[in-house]
Design a protein around this ligand. Structure first.
Ligand code: GCO
Length: 487
């Protein structure tokens, strides 16, 4: 039963912390494991006024004074719209067999509706064909937050009609590329696409109204279900899911109130877009049931429309939350939580200050797998870290902290697979340093350094060479011992 899961049984926890014999490290990745890298359109493409692309919400938002660090925008980003052959060559040098990217909806439907734009379809078809030619499996994300601004002006995600617009867009892409793209990510981090867009504590594109966020969350669930159905109607063999941002939840204290708050936030943060898809209902114990459907504008028949028998579960993992009971803090009736990102006392942090907590990947994957019925393959659709190492005098980027971060998370994944979790792929965030939303270009997540001050020149970091060894050996080399020196 979804959402009924409580704390992990002790056996799971002991196994995920149990040291493995060094010789076994990296020996559990199955044949055909997807060793990938991930990006998104608005964060890398640039070319925002080229070939008929329409304005997106992030074009408008990033140009709003005071919003992003240094007033950064995605106008140029990594210029991947023009340099994608160069980035393809980098993927080949990395030896990855999979690449997750996103399709910019405003390149396909500049106003969010109507006939698809030929130049936009051609661009992504060229990219997909070149990836397949290079034996790299494409994993396109249909929505990585760049909704056409015209739809925002028509009401945005709180407007139920947006779900229909989105499923039309999904149909267009499924018909255009479904013969070559067999696996799709429908939404990237649906919670962030709404929560960060509407919750008071996040200053992002769509305002700061918590109740609007709830309505938007329901429309996103409707859109996920309708887009899933649209793809299956094109070809039932197409596989689809979303990339859910998930974190293990820890109570801020040993009090019963904080334990209950952690469980509520688990259901709101980790299951809010999974339970409706898999069971046609929302996780219980979060919002008072007598208010839930009114707050969501949940209507007759929605229990069917949100359904999506997901073919796999995509999981974006970065760190954990500590959750305190805090009545009314979130603006969401009944939620009553005050979540904090990472352990306050954590010393091992990325350059964004995020706690490095590798075992959390095992903990939350095991729990999500169990609470979603234990049948679906799992893909880590994002995992990575911001470390701002720059080229030294010799031009080399010695990002050993990123190697350590990736190694500890991949060793955790190796243990999870050894303990029976059906993990089928890992996509490192990110291929390139890129536009990190409100942080602008101040947070570098790439395996490849991008020199934004010198025509987006690319430099493979030490971590890229290290990751290439891991991918080439299917995990058998590179995961043991301390961070090996660079190439
Ligand atoms: C997200 C998005 C990515 C981010 C990455 C680092 O999770 O916010 O999927 O676009 O850039 O996760 O924050």
């Amino acid at each position: 039963m979804l959402g009924a899961g409580l704390a992990l049984p002790a056996s799971w926890l002991s196994r995920c912390t149990m040291a493995r014999i060094p010789s076994e490290v990296g020996r559990h990745f199955p044949p055909g494991f997807h060793w990938g890298a991930a990006t998104s359109a608005y964060q890398i493409e640039g070319a925002v006024h080229i070939d008929g692309r329409g304005e997106s919400v992030w074009d408008r938002f990033s140009h709003t004074p005071g919003v992003t660090k240094d007033g950064a925008t995605g106008d140029v980003a990594c210029d991947s719209y023009h340099r994608w052959p160069e980035d393809l060559a980098l993927l080949k040098r990395l030896g990855v067999n999979a690449y997750r990217f996103s399709i910019a909806w405003p390149r396909i439907q500049p106003q969010g509706a109507g006939a698809p734009h030929r130049r936009g379809l051609e661009y992504y078809a060229r990219l997909v064909d070149a990836l397949l030619e290079a034996d790299i499996q494409p994993l396109p994300t249909l929505y990585h937050w760049d909704i056409p601004q015209a739809l925002i002006e028509a009401g945005g995600w709180p407007n139920r009609d947006t779900a229909r617009r989105f499923s039309d867009y999904a149909s267009i892409m499924g018909r255009a590329l479904g013969d070559r793209v067999r696996r799709w990510v429908i939404f990237n981090e649906p919670k962030a696409a709404t929560g960060y867009g509407y919750l008071p504590q996040h200053r992002e594109p769509c305002g700061t109204d918590a109740l609007q966020h709830l309505r938007a969350s329901h429309v996103i669930n409707l859109a996920q279900g309708q887009a899933f159905a649209a793809l299956k109607a094109i070809d039932p063999r197409l596989q689809a899911s979303s990339a859910f941002d998930v974190s293990p939840m820890f109570p801020a204290s040993d009090s019963e109130l904080d334990h209950a708050a952690a469980e509520r936030f688990h259901r709101f943060q980790n299951l809010w877009y999974l339970t409706p898809a898999l069971e046609g209902r929302y996780p219980s114990g979060v919002i008072p049931p007598e208010r839930l459907h009114q707050l969501l504008d949940f209507r007759e028949g929605d229990e069917q429309d949100v359904r999506a028998d997901l073919d796999f579960i995509g999981l974006n993992y970065y760190s954990r939350f500590f959750v305190r009971h805090a009545p009314l803090a979130s603006g969401i009736p009944g939620l009553d939580v005050d979540p904090h990102w990472g352990a306050a006392a954590a010393e091992n942090r990325t350059d964004l200050g995020w706690e490095v907590y590798p075992q959390g990947l095992y903990e939350i994957m095991a729990r999500i797998h169990r609470e979603t019925g234990g049948q679906r393959p799992l893909y880590v659709t994002e995992n990575g870290a911001a470390y701002n190492d720059a080229p030294g005098p010799d031009g080399r980027v010695r990002d050993s902290r990123r190697i350590d971060y990736l190694r500890t998370h991949l060793r955790t994944l190796d243990r999870a697979i050894a303990d029976g979790l059906p993990v089928r792929g890992y996509y490192c965030w990110s291929l390139l340093d890129n536009f990190e939303w409100l942080q602008g270009y101040r947070a570098r997540f790439g395996l490849v350094y991008v020199d934004f001050d010198h025509e987006q020149r690319r430099v493979m970091k030490d971590s890229a060479a290290w990751y290439a060894r891991v991918a080439a050996s299917n995990g058998r080399h590179g995961l043991g011992g301390p961070a090996e020196p660079g190439p």
